[in-house]
Design a protein around this ligand. Structure first.
Ligand SMILES: Nc1nc2c(ncn2[C@@H]2O[C@H](COP(=O)(O)OP(=O)(O)OP(=O)(O)O)[C@@H](O)[C@H]2O)c(=O)[nH]1
Ligand SMILES: [Mg+2]
Length: 372
């Protein structure tokens, strides 16, 4: 989904050509020259096709593995949402008012929120009245399709590296939601794609926060700029961006202190941080990412609202989806806000951060068995 990791420097370019390249080679071999060359070309092409299809099969296998892992990690939400929906539908042949009322309750308790649930149920009730949905299985499919419409338009909203200069990400959120951990995981993705990454310790509130970021930087092979505890976050950013100007960083990620979205002075400080970044690098920060802890459920909605009003969000990451039955919040957020979800956190490990793919996510929630 997010092709931006490899945009600047291409490393590990595929040795195996894609299908279009293979068919071009085949065509060339078939059209031209001596028979020997053609047969050599054909043999080579066969070898290449063998390798390509093997790689495709491997990719398919690993996609299946990743999907299963996502399903496992979402087990709590799956139990609270999908298993209850399946139970509700079990043995029912038709859709009646009682079934729809029970469905409404399940969706609300799985943290889809009242407005989102009413929106979904209005649509479903209308279609039942028009006799477009006759059995519970069709209803389940309609529910899934309707939910997917909340994510429409995401394709245009991918993060893109600027043509010149570093891509600057400012990471914000309330205390303990997983900002620093997510920064480490994102930095790892960039670093593995061959990008030079700088982390900026603008959370100067606690000494431990600075150390935590340093540990992540070391782990993923990123550079880090930090000052002592209590330093003005803006001054750390000044220093970091001065330093960055002398180096060729592709990505700069700014960690900020956790803050309550309701504290006006702390939100003002965030505006200042944004201004400072913008003064030093035109067009930056390119991404203002709010981290939301999925286990907090409905409170995420007011966090998104207030942080968005203060600094204008360009992306969201929902963490801790592995430990909660409240995964329905993802649906609620996309219904209420037109801010793309970039990543989801499904654990504490380095590779427990997934690019968010709405279709994959909804399927992992709604399918009872692993996809074939
Ligand atoms: N299970 C799980 N734990 C996570 C995930 N993301 C972060 N955590 C854990 O959440 C805790 C808090 O993470 P931090 O990254 O320190 O959170 P923070 O937002 O930087 O916290 P402050 O800087 O204190 O505001 C840590 O124990 C992380 O390991 C996730 O996706 N799943
Ligand atoms: Mg932190």
């Amino acid at each position: 989904m997010l092709g931006w990791f490899k945009k600047k420097k291409k490393i590990n370019e595929d040795a195996v050509p894609d299908a279009a390249e293979i068919s071009r080679q085949e065509k060339e071999a078939g059209e031209g020259g001596a028979a020997e060359i053609a047969s050599h070309g054909a043999r080579e092409t066969r070898d290449l096709m063998g390798a390509a299809s093997e790689e495709l099969a491997q990719k398919h296998e690993s996609r299946k593995g990743l999907f299963r892992r996502l399903q496992e990690k979402l087990a709590k939400t799956r139990t609270s949402l999908v298993s209850r929906v399946d139970e509700l539908f079990l043995g029912r042949k038709e859709i009646d008012a009682e079934l729809l009322d029970e469905l409404e309750e399940i969706l609300i308790t799985a943290d889809l929120g009242v407005n989102t649930t009413l929106d979904l149920l209005d649509e479903i009730r209308g279609r039942v009245t028009r006799k477009e949905l006759e059995d519970p299985q069709a209803l389940k499919l309609a529910l899934k399709e309707r939910i997917l419409t909340f994510f429409e338009g995401y394709g245009d909203a991918e993060m893109k590296l600027p043509a010149t200069g570093p891509f600057v990400i400012m990471v914000i959120g309330v205390n303990g939601v997983g900002k620093t951990t997510t920064i480490g995981k994102i930095a790892n993705k960039f670093a593995r794609a061959g990008q030079r990454v700088l982390l900026v310790a603008a959370d100067t509130f606690r000494a431990a926060a600075i150390d935590q970021l340093k540990v992540w930087a070391e782990r993923v092979g990123a550079d880090v700029v930090a000052k002592q505890q209590g330093a003005d976050p803006s001054s750390v950013i000044y220093d970091a961006l001065d330093y960055a100007a002398t180096k060729d960083f592709d990505v700069i990620i700014v960690d900020t202190a956790g803050r309550l979205h309701t504290k006006v002075n702390l939100m003002e400080e965030l505006k200042k941080i944004k201004r400072v970044i913008n003064k030093k690098i035109e067009g930056a920060p390119h991404e203002i990412m709010l981290i939301l802890d999925a286990t907090t459920g409905q409170n995420s909605i007011s966090q998104a609202k207030l942080f968005n009003e203060a600094v204008g969000l360009t992306g969201l990451t929902l963490t801790k989806l592995d430990g909660t039955a409240k995964g329905g919040i993802v649906v609620n957020i996309s219904h209420d806000f037109n801010i793309p979800i970039r990543f989801i956190g499904i654990g504490e490990k380095l590779d427990d951060l997934r690019d968010f793919d709405p279709k994959e996510f909804i399927e992992a929630l709604f399918f009872s068995d692993s996809r074939q």
